[in-house]
Ligand binder design. Structure first.
Ligand code: NAD
Length: 484
């Protein structure tokens, strides 16, 4: 599992690839081996302010430019990301442990840039003559400097899904990567230079929540902020925004997603898909179905088949193509997951797993873990574990299943398996969730659907048809027509 010489990536501020102005760095270790992967610049307050100032200076020309010029930069970046997909996969593997076999994010993010490059003609207001003696119209205009703060579990995806719409609409951007997974994003910073973005338009900084994330949240010149990460950090960002300039805040937060399996479901499909959902990225996925509710009559068969599949994962070096189960992202995540697992043993019945594998592997691997019949009130049923850990509970009636599924402060994604169309639609309507999947589950999403959370899972929606609106102000203009 040896990695190469530790990397020394840069930040991108005002078109220059730079280290931190005070030379401060933080370290990133390969979570599969605990070898040093990189020393990464820690953006200081000065660096963060400089990136915001550069974005502010670049805004007038970028927003006034012919949108096809903006589109050309996005297109070029998309091409470069596609060409560098394998390199991005390697960098993600050695920073947060995602198996390269599961990395499709370079191409995925490229498709966002391509889509938004073509989408500029939809930056449109409305007009009417409904006010007698007047013509009225709305103008859709960029905010100015936009901050994008992204998590570590799919950084390249979020870079594409947020920066694409923010940039094509004429905003300038300061993106902060996560301290746990800054390497692929830092490589993209180099590609941004190659793609020919004018200096200051697309700045990329690395560092922890404090100072750089907090400064972005409270800075008066940042007019909109799109965040994906934990609900805890989302609240802090919202507080900072409220205390300062009430910047527009879009929040994509955590989840505790339920999957409900009725006794008339296609059992094999439900087992296969719910198991894949909680296994993907070692359970470090916001919409992973971490709670599975199975109707009593089929519970024994479901549990037997589920545990058999889940126990058979191929854990190992994320750089090897055959690996489908990587480590947790770092020691903090590893310890956090294991603390939930330990507590889970006292609240539920452990069916498989329940151990960390640090001693035998030297990496932060956690065994696929299944708990049965855990009380709904237990902490492991309420909080996001973010690991390969699932609670399988049973139910008897539809009402009971819905009540249990909704008994959470999260509401990001839910799924229901049944062959009854009426029941599927009744349940879909009743679930308090921004997304409902019928006879399928996460991470599946429809590309043109909005994505976002009910309740504590967020505010706002993102998606191909929705994200540009997040980065556009609406101005109403009323024009009186003089009578001759
Ligand atoms: P996190 O909240 O710890 O960190 C996310 C980002 O916020 C990082 O870049 C971090 O440096 C920054 N940050 C930390 N403190 C900050 C502060 N005080 N001010 C500003 N920024 C700060 O989340 P994470 O651990 O990186 O990501 C995992 C979380 O993200 C999970 O809760 C997961 O469910 C959620 N997530 C949600 C979605 C979604 O679409 N809803 C998608 C992926 C992940």
């Amino acid at each position: 599992m040896a990695t190469n010489t530790p990397l020394t990536p840069c930040m991108l501020i005002n078109g220059e690839l730079v280290e931190a102005s005070d030379k401060k760095t933080f370290t990133v270790y390969n979570p599969a081996t605990r070898e040093l992967s990189a020393s990464v610049p820690e953006a200081s307050a000065d660096d963060t302010n400089a990136a915001i100032a550069a974005a502010k200076a670049a805004f007038p020309a970028w927003s006034a430019a012919d949108p096809t010029k903006r589109a050309a930069c996005l297109k070029k970046l998309a091409t470069l990301m596609r060409e560098n997909n394998d390199e991005l996969a390697r960098l993600e593997a050695i920073s947060m442990g995602l198996p390269v076999s599961h990395f499709y994010y370079g191409r995925n993010a490229a498709s966002f840039f391509d889509h938004f490059a073509e989408a500029w003609p939809y930056i449109q207001g409305q007009s009417s003559v409904n006010t007698p003696g007047h013509v009225t119209m709305t103008l859709r205009q960029p905010y100015g400097v936009v901050a994008l703060i992204i998590p570590w579990n799919a950084p390249v995806h979020f870079l594409g899904s947020k920066a694409g719409p923010a940039l094509i609409t004429g905003n300038t951007v300061v993106l902060k990567s996560s301290e746990k997974a800054p390497l692929a994003v830092a490589r993209i910073a180099e590609l941004v230079v190659e793609a020919g973005f004018p200096p200051g338009v697309f700045n990329i900084i690395s560092g922890h929540g404090i100072p750089s994330g907090q400064i972005l949240s409270r800075h008066i010149d940042v007019r909109a902020l799109s965040f994906t990460g934990s609900s805890r950090t989302g609240k802090l960002i919202q507080e900072e925004a409220a205390r300062t300039n009430l910047k527009k805040v879009i929040l994509e937060l955590g989840g505790k997603s339920p999957a409900i399996v009725f006794d008339d479901a296609n059992l094999a499909k439900a087992v296969e898909q719910t198991q894949a959902s909680i296994q993907a990225n070692s359970g470090q996925v916001c919409m992973a179905n971490s709670r599975v509710y199975v109707q009593k009559g089929i519970a024994p068969q479901f549990i037997e088949a589920f545990t058999k599949r889940f126990a058979a994962v191929r854990a190992g070096d994320p750089l090897l193509k055959e690996t489908n189960h990587g480590p947790q992202a770092d020691e903090v995540q590893y310890k956090n997951v294991l603390s939930y697992v330990e507590e889970g043993k006292s609240t539920g019945s452990l069916a498989i797993g329940g151990k960390g594998k640090l001693e035998s592997t030297n990496g932060f691997f956690v065994e696929p873990t299944v708990f049965l019949e855990t009380p709904e009130s237990a902490r492991i049923m309420k909080e996001e574990v973010f690991g390969p850990v699932v609670n399988i509970n049973t139910f008897e009636t539809e009402e009971e299943a819905i009540a249990k599924a909704n008994d959470t402060e999260f509401g990001l994604y839910a799924s229901v398996y049944t062959r009854s169309i009426n029941r599927a639609l009744r349940v879909a309507k009743a679930l308090e969730s921004g997304y409902v999947a019928v006879n399928c589950t996460s991470p599946l999403t429809g590309r043109d659907l909005p994505f976002g959370g009910y309740k504590g899972s967020g505010q706002g929606r993102e998606g191909l048809l929705y994200s540009m609106g997040n980065f556009l102000e609406t101005k109403s203009v009323i024009i009186q027509i003089d009578e001759e």
